[in-house]
Design a protein around this ligand. Sequence first.
Ligand code: FPP
Length: 252
Amino acid sequence: MPLLFTRCFFMTKEMYEKLTLPRHIGIIMDGNGRWAKQRGLERSEGHKAGANTFRRICDYGAELGIECMTFYAFSTENWKRPVKEVEAIMNLFRDYLNEAHDREDENESKGLRIRYVGEREGLPQDIISLINTLEEGSADKKTTVNIAVNYGGRNEILHSVRKIAAQVEAGELKAEDIELKNIEDNLFTAGLPDPDLIIRPSGEYRLSNFLIWQAAYSEFWFSDILWPDFTEDDLDNAIIEYCKRNRRFGGV
Ligand code: FPP
């Protein structure tokens, strides 16, 4: 029996069968700093706790059979933070990438494929190498986990436009033949479905440059929970709420 069904005591089998689970869930991992402050800890401790929540929610999403999840960990604007904090986040990212290498078999059995979305330029060289080798060995799996680091939606669109402009310059494409698909095919998320559901905890109600192209028809779920406190039950609640929405994509 699917996990979400067994975890929700109120759900009948008929109700469950009618559910269409989101194919792609985007999550803005926000509230780590406040979580740490509430406990009198350094902000980096909040990020450390947030990285552990990320691991738990990845595994749970894979257990539910969610096709794709994108976690926003570090934006192109986050470089403005104190060097010590930036280093702490990069170290957590590096640790996770190393761990993903060491536990390739475990991730394989969980059906997890790790992918990077963002601008490689500007990242420490060893992290770029870790991403490259991880992606080489990452064949099609049940669940794709995108980690967005040094990511910004506007930057992603700019990146895509530049690639298309190069094709036009090379005479491979005519300007009048450019379609929406050309832009999509050159985004970092090329080949993945648009996010059906975007989750933002921590009581903030904005996208903050996250998947701004892809979120055109996403459903949103906001909550006051701080990311390190986010649980499997919260993901269940967001998915159940999503399932109740009437998505019309501009139709009637
Ligand atoms: C936003 O909360 C969070 C970040 C900018 C960093 C998120 C990073 C992680 C969860 C760790 C990354 C690790 C991996 C494995 C990808 P905030 O610090 O802005 O919170 P605040 O609004 O409460 O200050």
